[in-house]
Write a new protein. Sequence first.
Length: 187
Amino acid sequence: MPTFSFRPSLTLKGRKFKGLRGWAGKPFHPPLTDVPIGAYVLALGFDVVSFLFRNENWSHDLYRAGTFAFVGGAIVSLAAMLTGWWDWLKSTKKGTQARRTVNAHAWTMIVMSVIVFVTIWLRTTRWDTDAYTGWAALILSAVIGLLALIGGTIGGGLTYDYGFNVETSGDHPVWHESDVDVMPGQH
């Protein structure tokens, strides 16, 4: 019996294309959110170490690394916001708990993104003068990290608690003993 099964998970054949939402079973929004969240957590880590070791020669390098992490995360977050907005527009019905929860997730992440862009602007205006991460930058990084945690938890709740935009397979052949992989659209 084979040990690994890569092809069914990686194929798009047999999946319906849904525009900016991605393909059935392979949405665009969730994987796009991983990059900004990871970048913002790294930036917070860089800032904490830079602040704690502010008397070291390399503390300025960590401050700059945090800035680069915020910039990289912010660039990818634009695509995450676009695909998330399209999911909201096409997948949620007004007056439902799912719509209210999506709204809470969206506004948490929008506020976080605004703070990220403000943080980038503040950091780049003081790029050469700050020898390490100061209190203001550290507090903003911590707020961004907290909002990422809250927004990510709400987004995860949409998927895992509500099954929002999850196309479940029910009793699917992949859960039955077999030596043959079942591709999307097959039974």
